[in-house]
Design a protein around this ligand. Structure first.
Ligand SMILES: Nc1ncnc2c1ncn2[C@@H]1O[C@H](COP(=O)(O)OP(=O)(O)OP(=O)(O)O)[C@@H](O)[C@H]1O
Ligand SMILES: [Mg+2]
Length: 487
C-alpha cells in the first residue's frame, strides 16, 4: 500500500511521447515492412513503375528505388533508415536501391517472430552480422573476374552489366542500344573517374533511337561564335578610353591565338569579350536536334568528356531515362574498377542461401530472407514463386556446385543459367546491398525505445514556467530516463 502511494516521478518534459520494449521493436519492423511494400513491385525486368506527384503538381514516374524513396516523404523515424540506405546505395554504386530496401525489410520480417517470442535482439544482431559475413564470402567466391581481357572483350562484358541494369527500366526495350552508348561513354572518358565528365542533355521530341553519343561536349547554342579573323574590329572610331578597352580585348585574343584556339565562345556578342576558350577539337559542328540548335565539339584530346544527347517523348519519360542511364553509367564504372561480376536474376541471392543449414536458427532466417529477391522477381512477373524457388533450391543444392549461377528465367517462368544468359551484375552491387541492408536491419533491431520531444516551447513560456517553480509542483525534471512510466 505504501508503494502505491509513492509520488509519481516525471523525468521527461510534459507531452513527451515514448514507447519502448518489444512493442516498440515490432512497430518499427512493421513500419519498415510497409515502406518496402511500396517499392516491392518495382523490382526486376517485369517490375512496375510508380507515379508520384506532389502538391506543387510535379509528376515523377520512376522505377528507381532511391528516387521513389526520396519522394515518399516518410515520417516514421525507423523507416527513414531505409530511405538512407537506398540513398547511400545510389551514391555508392548507383544500382540495386530497390534490392537493398527489400533485403533490409525482409531481414527484419524474419526477425519479427523471434522478437515476439522474447529473443534478445542482440542475439539476432550477432547472428545477422555473422550471416552477412558468410554471404559476402560466398559472393566473393562465386564472382568472376573480367580482369586481363582485351578491350573489345571487356567492352562486351561491361555492356552485359549495363544491359542487366537497363532491363528493369522504362527504356528496357532499347537496352542494347543504350548499354552500348553507356559503355562507349565511360570508356571514352578514360581513367578520369569524375561522373560529371559524362553529360546528359535532354531534348524532348523524336524517339529513343534518335539519342546519340558525342565524344566531347554538346550544348544548346547559347553562344555567339566566330572564327578569329571575324573578331578584328576597327576600334579607331572610339575614344581613347574605348581604345584601351579594345587593347585589352586584343591582348586576350592574342592569348587565345597563342593557346591555339580555333573557336572562341562568348555568352554575349563576340565584340564584348571572349569569355571562354576551348582547346583544339577534331570536329566542331552546329546541328539541329529537335527544335534546338546544338553546338557539338567532338574529339577533344585534352578534355576527355562525353555527352549523351537523349531524345524521347514526354518530359517524365526523358527524366526517367536519364535516371536509368545514370544507374547504368555507375554500374559500368563500378564493373570497370572492381572487375568482378556475378549472376543476376536472383541467382547470387539463392546461392548465398547455402549459408543456411550449417549453423543456427537465426542464420537460417537470414538466408531465407535473401530469397526475397528471386521470389519478388517471380511475383512481379506473375510466375508461381513457390514453384520457381523450389526448382532454384534444388539446383543450388547440387553438391557439384554447378547450379550456383541459376536464377529466375524472366521469359519462361522457370529457371535458367543467368550467367550463360548474360544477366550479369557487378559483384560490388550485391556486396554493398547486403552489407547496407544488414547494417540497417541491425540498427532497427538495436532500438528499443523512441522518445519524441514536444515542440520546444518559446523562451517566454519557459521563463514563465521557471518563475512558477517548474511544472508539476516542482517535481518535473528534464532529461531522459529509462525508468519512466509509460504513457
Ligand atoms: N533479364 C533478367 N532476367 C532475370 N532477372 C533480371 C534480368 N535483368 C535484371 N534482373 C534482375 O532484376 C533485379 C534488379 O531489378 P531493379 O533494377 O528493378 O532493382 P534494383 O537494381 O535493385 O534497384 P534500382 O534499379 O531501382 O536501383 C536484379 O536482381 C537483377 O538480377
Ligand atoms: Mg536496377
Amino acid at each position: 500500500m505504501a508503494a502505491m502511494l509513492q509520488p509519481q516521478i516525471i523525468l521527461l518534459k510534459e507531452g513527451t511521447d515514448t514507447s519502448q520494449g518489444k512493442a516498440q521493436l515490432v512497430s518499427n519492423i512493421n513500419a519498415c515492412t510497409a515502406v518496402a511494400d511500396v517499392v516491392r513491385t518495382t523490382l526486376g525486368p517485369r517490375g512496375m513503375d510508380k507515379l508520384i506527384h506532389d502538391d506543387k503538381g510535379s509528376v515523377t514516374i520512376s522505377n528507381d528505388g532511391a528516387t521513389i524513396m526520396k519522394l515518399l516523404d516518410i515520417v516514421h523515424p525507423a523507416a527513414k533508415i531505409l530511405v538512407d540506405i537506398a540513398k547511400s546505395q545510389d551514391s555508392e554504386v548507383g544500382d540495386g536501391t530497390t534490392t537493398v530496401v527489400l533485403l533490409a525489410a525482409e531481414f527484419l520480417k524474419e526477425a519479427k517472430p523471434f522478437v515476439e517470442d522474447g529473443v534478445h535482439p542482440q542475439n539476432l544482431i550477432r547472428s545477422y552480422r555473422t550471416a552477412c559475413y558468410l554471404a559476402i564470402e560466398k559472393i566473393k567466391e562465386l564472382a568472376v573476374s573480367i580482369e586481363g581481357k582485351s578491350m573489345e572483350e571487356k567492352k562486351s562484358l561491361l555492356a552485359k552489366c549495363a544491359t542487366t541494369t537497363l532491363s528493369s527500366k522504362l527504356i528496357g526495350g532499347e537496352k542494347e542500344f543504350f548499354a552500348q552508348m553507356v559503355v562507349d561513354s565511360v570508356i571514352s572518358i578514360g581513367n578520369d573517374d569524375r561522373l560529371n565528365m559524362i553529360g546528359i542533355k535532354k531534348v524532348p521530341g523524336g524517339n529513343m533511337q534518335d539519342s546519340f553519343l558525342v565524344n566531347g561536349v554538346a550544348f544548346k547554342k547559347t553562344f555567339s561564335y566566330a572564327g578569329l579573323n571575324n573578331n578584328q574590329r576597327n576600334p579607331s572610331q572610339y575614344q581613347s578610353i574605348v581604345d584601351a578597352e579594345w587593347n585589352i580585348i586584343y591582348e586576350k585574343l592574342d592569348k587565345c591565338v597563342q593557346s591555339g584556339a580555333k573557336v572562341v565562345l562568348s555568352r554575349l556578342a563576340i565584340g564584348d569579350l571572349a569569355t571562354q576558350v576551348l582547346g583544339t577539337c577534331e570536329i566542331f559542328e552546329e546541328k539541329q536536334v529537335g527544335n534546338e540548335r546544338f553546338n557539338i565539339f567532338s574529339g577533344c584530346p585534352s578534355g576527355r568528356t562525353a555527352t549523351i544527347v537523349l531524345r524521347g517523348g514526354a518530359d517524365q519519360f526523358i527524366e526517367e531515362a536519364e535516371r536509368s542511364l545514370h544507374d547504368a553509367i555507375m554500374i559500368v564504372r563500378r564493373a570497370l574498377k572492381n572487375s568482378t561480376v556475378v549472376a543476376g536474376g536472383g541467382a547470387i541471392d539463392a546461392a548465398c542461401c547455402i549459408i543456411a543449414g550449417k549453423s543456427q536458427l537465426f542464420i537460417n532466417s537470414y538466408a531465407k530472407a535473401l530469397e526475397v529477391i528471386p521470389r519478388q522477381l517471380c511475383d512481379n512477373a506473375g510466375f508461381d514463386a513457390t514453384d520457381v524457388l523450389n526448382k532454384l533450391r534444388q539446383k543450388h543444392a547440387l553438391p557439384s556446385g554447378e547450379g550456383a549461377s541459376f536464377g529466375v528465367d524472366i521469359n519462361t517462368g522457370g529457371i535458367a543459367d543467368s550467367f550463360a544468359n548474360f544477366v550479369w551484375e557487378p559483384a560490388v552491387v550485391k556486396i554493398n546491398a547486403i552489407n547496407a541492408a544488414t547494417e540497417a536491419a541491425c540498427l532497427v533491431l538495436s532500438v528499443d525505445e523512441t522518445v519524441k520531444n514536444p515542440k520546444s516551447e518559446s523562451a517566454q513560456g519557459e521563463a514563465a514556467a521557471s518563475a512558477m517553480g517548474g511544472r508539476g509542483g516542482g517535481a518535473a525534471f528534464r532529461g531522459r530516463g529509462r525508468g519512466m512510466r509509460r504513457r
